[in-house]
Design a protein around this ligand. Structure first.
Ligand code: HEM
Length: 295
């Protein structure tokens, strides 16, 4: 997987226009994560934009302050996504499993999931989790890193001086960007927390972004510090039984991308205001105008 990510990152970075302003989100963030997501599902690479479109419609809800799409567009996107993956699932259920099966083949042939199509809501929920989980999160960390290094030039200087800091910088970027702002749960029993009783059946919202900026446990939490001690001490991947399944893949994508960036460019300069996603669920950057400065 690392070689595949590195080859793709190299291809994308070598095609970037030098000396011109371009949008980092589309040219790099979406470009890399959509290719990786298509690989994870063995989805046709030439149709990978569909995965991004479906993901954007899933995370676009008036309830959470979004609405870039109409209700009809969102419903049609869900239907198209469901029908496409249901068809592929049925095909994958019949084909022999190779050495590195894709996620859909693993679902279609998995002991506890081969009949998941009989439970449409569960099938679709699992798909959405993988599509959004594997796309929006990593892509916003890819943009968040560039933004952070421009907002904290001393950190950018540290990176230029010592590329071996990349491995430490990646979890710090994921903490600082906090791509998933909150997740909601329902309690199954009465719980005492911080002197408060939460009754069984009550809704609980975990604001990961607040936990990641908690000065009582994180030193200077609003600052991006790429050589921060214990950088993996954050809750961006959640915790407990539902902790992110793709956290290692996400970190690998970011590490490899930054290693390839630092081989080629002196600096990725942000040259205009970023555009942010209107959402209280995904901390998204929809546009980031930049210029790359070659070595
Ligand atoms: C920086 C990148 C990422 C971040 C910040 C992130 C964050 C999260 C968070 C906060 C959760 C929910 C945890 C909870 O419910 O408490 C989660 C779950 C999940 N993530 Fe990620 N994620 C990232 C990348 C990925 C990638 C690349 C994949 C792979 C396709 C992925 C797949 C999943 C899945 C399948 C779950 C559900 C786990 C479960 O419910 O048991 N994530 N992620």
């Amino acid at each position: 997987m690392e070689t595949l990510i590195r080859d793709r990152a190299a291809l994308i970075l070598d095609e970037l226009p030098v000396g011109e302003t371009f949008d980092w989100v589309h040219e790099v963030g979406i470009n890399l994560t959509s290719r990786m997501l298509a690989t994870l599902f063995d989805f046709p690479q030439e149709e990978r934009d569909k995965l991004i479109y479906w993901s954007d419609t899933f995370t676009d809800s008036p309830i959470i302050g979004g609405a870039q799409f109409t209700r009809d567009e969102r419903e049609k996107a869900s239907d198209d996504c469901y029908d496409t993956f249901a068809r592929m699932f049925t095909e994958r259920a019949k084909c022999p499993v190779g050495k590195n099966p894709d996620l859909l083949t693993m679902l279609a042939q998995g002991e506890s999931t081969h009949d998941i199509l009989d439970r449409p809501a569960e099938f679709f929920g699992t798909l959405m989790l993988l599509i959004v989980g594997g796309n929006d999160t990593t892509r916003n960390s890819i943009s968040g890193g560039v933004l952070g290094l421009n907002q904290f030039p001393a950190e950018s200087a540290k990176l230029k001086a010592d590329h071996s800091l990349i491995r430490n910088m990646v979890p710090e970027i994921i903490r600082w960007q906090s791509p998933v702002i909150h997740i909601r749960r329902t309690t199954t029993q009465d719980v005492e927390l911080g002197g408060k009783t939460i009754k069984a059946g009550e809704k609980v919202v975990m604001w990961y972004i607040s936990g990641n900026r908690d000065e009582s446990v994180i030193d200077r939490p609003d600052d991006l510090i790429i050589d921060r001690k214990n950088p993996r001490h954050h809750v961006s991947f959640g915790f407990g039984v539902h902790r992110c399944m793709g956290n290692r893949l996400a970190e690998m994508q970011l590490r490899v991308l930054w290693e390839e960036i630092m081989k080629r460019f002196e600096h990725v300069e942000v040259v205009g205001p970023e555009k942010r996603l209107r959402s209280n669920h995904i901390r998204g950057i929809t546009e980031l105008p930049v210029r790359v400065h070659p070595k």
